[in-house]
Design a protein around this ligand. Sequence first.
Ligand SMILES: C[S@@+](CC[C@H](N)C(=O)[O-])C[C@H]1O[C@@H](n2cnc3c(N)ncnc32)[C@H](O)[C@@H]1O
Length: 503
Amino acid sequence: MIKDIPKNMLNELSRLISTHTGLHFPEKKWNALNKGIKSVINDLDTDIHQFIRCLHSSPPKNIIDSLTARLTIGETYFLRDKNFFQILQDHILRGVIEHPKRKTKKIIFWSAGCASGEEPYSIAILIDQMSPVLKNWDITIIGSDINPVALNKARKGIYSNWSLRGTPEKIIKKYFTPTAGNYFEIAPHIRQMVRFFQLNLMDDNYPASLNFYEAMDIILCRNVLMYFNEQGRNSAIQKLSQLLIENGWLITGPAESGFVNLSEFSSVRFPNALYHRKGPPRKTIENFNPIRISRKVHSTRPTVTVKSGKRFTDRKYVRRITDGVVTRPPKKQKYVMYQEALNDYNRGDYLQSVKKLLTIISKGKNNNNSFLMKTESMILLAKSYANIGELAQAKTWCEKAINTEKLNPEIYYLLSTIFQSSGNIDDSVKSLKQSIYLDPEFIMAHFTLGMLLLQKNAPAESRKSMQNALSLLELQGAEEVLPYSEGMAAGRLIETIKSMKTN
Ligand SMILES: C[S@@+](CC[C@H](N)C(=O)[O-])C[C@H]1O[C@@H](n2cnc3c(N)ncnc32)[C@H](O)[C@@H]1O
């Protein structure tokens, strides 16, 4: 067995790895770094000294591949952050499609840091759902990642339940085929819509080394920048900006929008989201109805030099993306209505949120494109009813939400809390078990189950659940706030469990 790596070496390794991959390993992540590097050394059948020497020069591809396969976090799932997909559909794409002056019917998406492909395939599914309005449009979707193992999985297009935990049943039925071992294979026509390639966003030669001949309309770089240090983030954003068409969009993860500070971009605020568009500021969506061009659109041309030395400007035409005047006033978009309901809910005005959510859900009937916020609306409706003490309604809507997303552990958790409020401990336990079945790492579900089992006078079973929670908690930083805990940090829950007499 390889010995633990000394601290001075971890320090040096963290610096070298950051240079080659952008990945940031501050001291608090050295446990993970130590574990990852030991595996890499094992994979490559080398020793730590030789490995460090190699990183000091220009490491060959197999070393970077092995490093990234062991050190990157590829956590992702289909339709992650539905608010984004709803904004993409209702605002961003609508602006592109309906712009009367748009000359070319072409949109290029790039998911940079796509992990195992769930993100670019989600775009493909959305585009397919929108096919009546996107008829005759030429859509290109590209996915890239540094990690070759993740890319292989992406190309195969076979996923477990876990990747589909936020995907509506209707979408699973339409776009996936169950395969052996409880896996789901993506429909061939969706797989064919996405092309994958390996790319290190920190590579010195990129973007010049890319064989792209056209700039991107929409770049998604979500939940990637957060793993880089400041220098890595700025360099990645700078390069992405070069590959983006004038007025094109850069979409980051919800926690990453503050990283984009380049003057090339202006920020556009949406309810609960902030995205960036290349070019000077334009009208915000608060003044959204109808959308107007706030400045004369000029034909600034993207100027990325490609390998051959050619420039994009050599192309016959230059495409622009814009959200200029639309021909008909927009209906109130789903993401706006949902966010209004969410604001009502957060203010404690549950009656108002109920009213709005019922409207959203009923409007969704017979509307193909309403699949995105439907479950979220049902979940919020169930919570609103629970808060006004209408537990029967809360249960009904929670069950309806489960029917639309059967693989979502969070809805079963919500149902368990509704059963608990109604004093129905047996059904609450059943829902928690279902939730844990779908997500064995759901800490609060293990803990709550432990508490209920104690209440049901089953101390041995309760101890098992608490032990499960503890083992998972030990993998978290003490300060990390636990999802579904109403703000409790991991360290605090560890203390609580340890102080309980049964453990
Ligand atoms: C958490 S996943 C994000 C997946 C997806 N974008 C999402 O939001 O669900 C982060 C991905 O960034 C990739 N990544 C990390 N460093 C990278 C780099 N230097 N170049 C390209 N991709 C990188 C990782 O391999 C990993 O697959």
